[in-house]
Design a protein. Structure first.
Ligand code: HAM
Length: 420
């Protein structure tokens, strides 16, 4: 019979990594809930139209969408990100503003799988709708930065840019089109195709042959409206006041089309692979309107969980939490006594595991060791007869007998003594 493996670009996350994922999400929840963001769980698929707003010249839309027709004839797509879904939810539910939400979960992009790039990948993120105050931009950025610190990461660099307002972007895009067209022969074949669709995206090119020509391209700074320039200056001043270090990068255009004004990206300098961006975001003031809602400001970011954990590995921080149990019950009398004791301990908050299948004492002690238990509680026929259990610390300590009636108290004391 043929066997199956997980699809390319997907992985099984096994323990203890799976616990690390949960801790990652819990740590994120703590950081952002402290700042008043509330949890939202958007669906994993939407009508394709919701995601087409990400931009018809972005690879996310043109090449990477997992879209299909469902049995009811609807055009559906698995979400490639969650910002568009959050804005669709905003239009649908009309919550009062400011609406500050956070999310966590998988996204799907048909990309070429490699280290740090997957077809199913996880993000945590926040979105704040209904406020165009630059102080919010600074708050949003500071929360991402605060979260990385909370994980213990130190080698994270923040790049920041502004894409100006819609009119500014249009003028800048035209200037780029002109510039790249004048220098067409110096561009890679791929970038020439990109140029036809969206000159801004040419700035994204990582191809070495494009770098010289990109280096000389006009910058957005020269095309900013006064409003956008002032907004950006206010964001930078607030970051300075909060002592958040950043690098200005006028080539940072990001991979999605909905961005206006502030855009930013966090890069791990500890990662050597091709994909070092561990998070990014920005303002998307026109998106809610494009999805059929009222003109509404919006800003947020998403942090790539998979990639950020690779950065944690590279910096040797945020280790997987301990998944071992405190107690292992060894019952050589058939297993009923183990069942009783497990129930008692578990319902009193003690983590406990046991063996099945009538294994020998030796095999059960081995299992206790494998599960990382601090103590084994042994029940043999002598103990059953005497109404006792034997408590054996798995490390150096001496084993001792204790009456069954007192077992919970004794185990608690012993665990306390062993510090587990
Ligand atoms: P994004 O830059 O496309 O932005 O994704 C954010 C982060 O998700 C990236 O920096 C990266 O760490 C991770 N990521 C993206 N694609 C993959 C992949 N194929 N495999 C592994 N990790 C990946 C957004 O998604 C926007 N929704 C962010 C945002 C929120 N902007 C405003 N609000």
């Amino acid at each position: 019979m043929s066997s199956f493996a997980s699809s390319p670009g997907t992985r099984d996350i096994l323990s203890p990594d799976s616990s690390r994922w949960r801790l990652f999400q819990a740590t994120f929840a703590e950081v952002v809930e402290r700042a008043g963001y509330q949890y939202i769980i958007p669906p994993m698929f939407e009508e394709l139209g919701v995601f087409l707003r990400l931009g018809d010249s972005t690879e996310v839309v043109t090449k990477e969408m997992y879209d299909f027709e469902d049995k009811g004839g609807r055009r559906i797509a698995l979400r490639p990100e969650q910002t568009a879904s959050v804005c669709r939810a905003f239009v649908e539910h009309r919550p009062t503003t400011p609406w500050k939400v956070w999310y966590a979960g998988p996204n799907f992009r048909y990309e070429k799988p490699q280290q740090g790039r997957y077809r199913q990948f996880d993000q945590v993120g926040i979105e704040a709708l209904g406020v165009d105050d630059p102080m919010l931009d600074a708050e949003v950025i500071s929360l991402a930065s605060n979260f990385y610190q909370e994980l213990g990461l130190q080698q994270v660099q923040l790049f920041i840019n502004t894409l100006g307002d819609e009119g500014d972007r249009d003028k800048y895009t035209e200037a780029l089109r002109l510039y790249f067209t004048e220098n067409l022969s110096l561009l890679s074949a791929e970038s020439r195709i990109t140029l036809e669709k969206n000159p801004l995206r040419v700035l994204d090119s990582k191809r070495p042959e494009d770098q010289a020509i990109i280096g000389g391209a006009p910058t957005i700074r020269d095309y900013l409206s006064d409003g956008a320039a002032e907004h950006f200056q206010a964001v930078l001043s607030a970051l300075d006041a909060m002592n958040i270090k950043y690098t200005l990068s006028d080539r940072l255009v990001r991979g999605l089309d909905y961005y206006r004004r502030t855009t930013f990206e966090f890069v791990s300098t500890a990662l050597t692979a091709a994909h070092t961006a561990i998070g990014g975001g920005g303002r998307y003031d026109g998106l809610v309107e494009q999805l059929g809602g009222p003109a509404t400001a919006g800003i947020g970011f998403a942090i790539g969980l998979d990639r950020t954990l690779l950065a944690c590995d590279a910096e040797n921080v945020f280790a997987a939490p301990n998944t071992s149990v405190s107690v292992f019950v060894v019952d050589t009398t058939g297993g009923i006594h183990a069942a009783e004791l497990c129930l008692l301990l578990r319902s009193n908050g003690v983590s406990v595991d046991r063996a099945f299948d009538h294994r020998s004492m030796k095999a059960q002690m081995k299992a206790a060791d494998r599960r990382g238990a601090a103590i084994a509680v042994i029940i043999g026929s002598d103990e059953v007869e005497q109404g006792t259990v034997v408590i054996r610390p798995m490390g150096d300590g001496q084993q001792f007998s204790c009456p069954k009636s007192n077992v919970l108290e004794t185990i608690r004391l012993e665990l306390q003594k062993l510090g587990s």
